[in-house]
Design a protein around this ligand. Sequence first.
Ligand code: ADP
Ligand code: MG
Length: 223
Amino acid sequence: MVRLEKVSKIYRTRRGNVKALDEVSLHIKENEFAVVRGPSGSGKTTLLLSIGGMLRPTEGKVIANGRDIYATSKQERAKFRAENIGFIFQLFHLVPYLNIIENVLLPVGVGKNWPGRTDARKLLERLNLSERDYHKPSELSAGEKQRTAIARALLNQPRIILADEPTGNLDPENAGQIIGYLSEFHRGGGTVIVVTHGMVADQYADRIIYLRDGQIEKSFENK
Ligand code: ADP
Ligand code: MG
């Protein structure tokens, strides 16, 4: 489904170069649930951004649907992202001045095949947020914010969800719920790559990948 071939990422800064990924090769299979772990600064976020077509590696290839996604045009990459990828972040990344339903509809393009308000409402209902449609993010709890972010990630019916420490700011109960929704997406045929330090995801993980200093330190099947 997604294959990384010797992907390296070097951030060039005024204080010197940082090698965030160091020749990472990895194959994420269709309908895999992969958990990524590693100390802070080990390259986890850089890895997810590279896989999602949001950050061009310095070296190496990211191959999705049989194509090197960084060898295509910006527009094609944007289309690839919109059609295939849902992102969830630790800090939710909701737009503060839009209400919940508008936040969920944010990544939607214009055209007859795109989801609309009815789909957004259905999702919010599924995520137990239907009472919150017209609230602003500041009026929601952390758990509700993250559920809104999940609704936004699911709306375009992506094939892959990339979640970067989605439970980092949540209490155990809300964290469990969020991982539960990821698992539901996975059971429905989706592919999940989640960076998480919590152990809740282990029960669902097909594979756990440990990063250290930009390299895969170990990776093992969890079944
Ligand atoms: P993690 O998510 O595992 O904490 P990151 O992928 O965010 O790790 O970062 C990996 C390394 O790259 C770290 O040393 C970090 O400081 C550095 N880094 C990340 N983003 C940038 C950036 N935009 N510019 C410079 N260095 C960066
Ligand atoms: Mg990170």
